[in-house]
Ligand binder design. Sequence first.
Ligand code: NAP
Length: 280
Amino acid sequence: MTATLLHGKELAGALRQATAAHAADLTARGTHPHLTVVTATSDGSSAWYVRSIARAAEKAGLRCTITDLGDDAPAEDIRARLTELSADPDVHGIILQTPLPKGTHLEDLASAIAPAKDVDGANPLSLGRLASGLPAFAPATAEAVVALLDHHGVALHGRHVAVVGRSTVVGKPAAHLLLDRHATVTVCHSRTADLAAITSTADVLVAAVGRPGLITPAHVRPGATVIDVGTNPTDDGGLVGDVDPSVMSTAGALTPVPGGVGPVTTALLLRHTTLAADAS
Ligand code: NAP
């Protein structure tokens, strides 16, 4: 068996096209959607990612401003900038990019982002609302997991989904979104006693860990759908996921890295910004 590749390009393209049309309409009515990305890191791959968001935003007709506070920015400066942007009527979406300076915490700082502008669902209020079934922006990566499964016609109702990873950015919000879709969800993490015993019973496996090759054929039920969220830089400047390539012979379907979850995540960030602008 060779797994079908579940590419993200087509879905990302459709989302970007719809967002561009929405942004053009809003701009014609006097509201030009404006996304701001606040960074406080000298990490090269993060800078590359932020530039790619800015390029995608501009292509879709959104404004994008990057504010770099430097990798030694104190927590109070980051918090103050987020508070200022939250109060600025000209700003519709705010992303606080990770990694953050040592000793600071995303959830703590992101609580300064107004929920209405929290387009990457980083404010703990957004996760709380999501978990309570109330309207909120979900973290774009978690939403991208479900959007990709829907796009490729993978049923969720009543199926067992194993999510490996319990971060507030991916694992936990993905679990809530999947529960909302009536999947039976098991969340695994670094202390899970026998990971393969659990994941190999899942119809759908979502790997969101950050460890190349962690998921092997022993972790995958034959024919299962595997969503690889991991993005791990390689020495030669490439990117690999958490799923070992040998899983191609066990899984029924698998997302590629790059080219799976990543492009959909970026497209959803832009969609969220346009929705936030529309609601402003
Ligand atoms: P994170 O905050 O470091 O969380 C990693 C999770 O994996 C934790 O819950 C951890 O468990 C768990 N874990 C670590 N080792 C494990 C093991 N051996 N077995 C089972 N679980 C294990 O990472 P994150 O921010 O969620 O990101 C996860 C991956 O997704 C990274 O590769 C990141 O680059 C990627 N990502 C991709 C996108 C995208 O758009 N494609 C966006 C965001 C993130 P504990 O909680 O017990 O420590």
